[in-house]
Design a protein around this ligand. Structure first.
Ligand SMILES: NC(=O)c1ccc[n+]([C@@H]2O[C@H](COP(=O)([O-])OP(=O)(O)OC[C@H]3O[C@@H](n4cnc5c(N)ncnc54)[C@H](OP(=O)(O)O)[C@@H]3O)[C@@H](O)[C@H]2O)c1
Length: 330
């Protein structure tokens, strides 16, 4: 059935200014790292994209290597964009990245101008786009001069193939240098994409205050610690969960971790929230965080996440109780 986006899609969320730029982002964005591969059912992908957009999530985050196979998430997104979302292109923020191994040989990985600009071209072709809204360098490359990598990002903006640029997984000192270079090149760093959640708080001390000071936005990935900060694993590891499907996540789900999650869940329940929703409310308490970049394997998870963005803020006492649990379980 042809898609007709919900008329009230912008009535639910308060959009947040991305640093000191002119761009606002939804408090919850949807990432396509997982569950958009060639092995995933296309109708489930479609349902998730429609649910997101119908509720005001207009930012979709991709990377050249998302799949498997690498590139397939961009192809699948491109297909659903053509079929459903294309009439709304000017309402969408679509991001992609390059920085991990993508093709064989010396030019398919890293941070060279050769790799970044070829990869961006390939991403545009896979998605059927003339431009992306945000193009990121996915991770620092110590073997390439930072000037070259930032020069490639600035070129992407000048050529019209990216409207804005960002960096991901860069430590604070390198972020500062990258932002200075980009500013000098006339393509200001719009946004940083680090990992942040209740179980990984290292950006709080240095990176987050620095981004705030430089006027750079911050979109945090894995805000639910890949699903740990939800009701998914409170009683075990379901077969259809990310941890149940293999990979390293199951190893993190020790008895101690589960006890921690159960105590956090009890606080969430007292607030009338799911643990996933409370985890997102907790993240969005920082004004320097522009958006929480979730993943999802079902439309219901997206609806649940949205309640975290619209819930009442956590009180000082609730924040202290959460800190107490996190400290106790280290
Ligand atoms: N820049 C980088 O280096 C980098 C790295 C990682 C990710 N990212 C970006 O960040 C995005 C999100 O990462 P992520 O997928 O790790 O995020 P996440 O939100 O921490 O985890 C998503 C997973 O949590 C579970 N989940 C989500 N909502 C739930 C709910 N309401 N109730 C129960 N379970 C729920 C689902 O797992 P199940 O499958 O078990 O249902 C879902 O796939 C990626 O898609 C990507 O765009 C970027």
């Amino acid at each position: 059935m042809p898609y007709d986006a919900h008329a009230q899609r912008y009535d639910h969320l308060s959009y947040r200014r991305c640093g000191t730029s002119g761009l606002s982002l939804p408090p919850i964005s949807l990432g396509l790292w997982q569950n958009f591969s060639d092995a995933d059912p296309v109708e489930r992908m479609r349902a998730m994209l429609r649910t997101a957009f119908d509720h005001g999530i207009n930012h979709f985050d991709l990377a050249n290597n998302y799949g498997p196979p690498p590139g397939s998430a961009e192809c699948n997104f491109g297909k659903l964009l053509r079929e459903d979302l294309a009439p709304y292109r000017d309402e969408l923020i679509i991001s992609t990245k390059a920085g991990y191994r993508m093709w064989p040989g010396p030019y398919g990985d890293g941070g060279s101008r050769k790799y970044l600009l070829a990869s961006l071209e390939q991403s545009l072709q896979r998605m059927g786009l003339e431009y992306v809204d945000i193009f990121y360098h996915h991770r620092p490359d110590p073997d390439t001069p930072l000037e070259e990598t930032m020069g490639a990002l600035a070129h992407a903006v000048r050529s019209g193939k990216a409207l804005y640029v960002g960096i991901s997984n860069y430590p604070p000192d390198l972020s500062h240098q990258a932002a200075d270079l980009l500013a000098d090149m006339g393509a200001p760093c719009l946004i940083h994409q680090p990992r942040y959640n209740m179980l990984h708080r290292n950006i709080e001390e240095e990176l987050l205050p620095a981004l705030d000071k430089y006027g750079i936005g911050c979109i945090v990935f894995s805000p639910l610690a890949q699903g740990q900060l939800s009701d998914r694993y409170l009683a075990g590891i379901p077969d259809d969960s990310r941890a149940g499907r293999g990979g390293g996540l199951a190893k993190q789900l020790t008895e101690q971790r589960r006890a921690c999650l159960q105590q956090l869940n009890a606080i969430a329940q007292e607030r009338g929230q799911s643990l996933a929703a409370m985890s997102l409310t907790w993240i969005l308490r920082h004004h320097a965080i522009t958006s929480a970049l979730i993943g999802a394997s079902a439309p219901q998870q997206i609806r649940d996440a949205l309640t975290g963005a619209t819930a009442a803020p956590l009180s000082g006492e609730e924040l202290q109780r959460i800190d107490g649990v996190l400290t106790k379980y280290g």
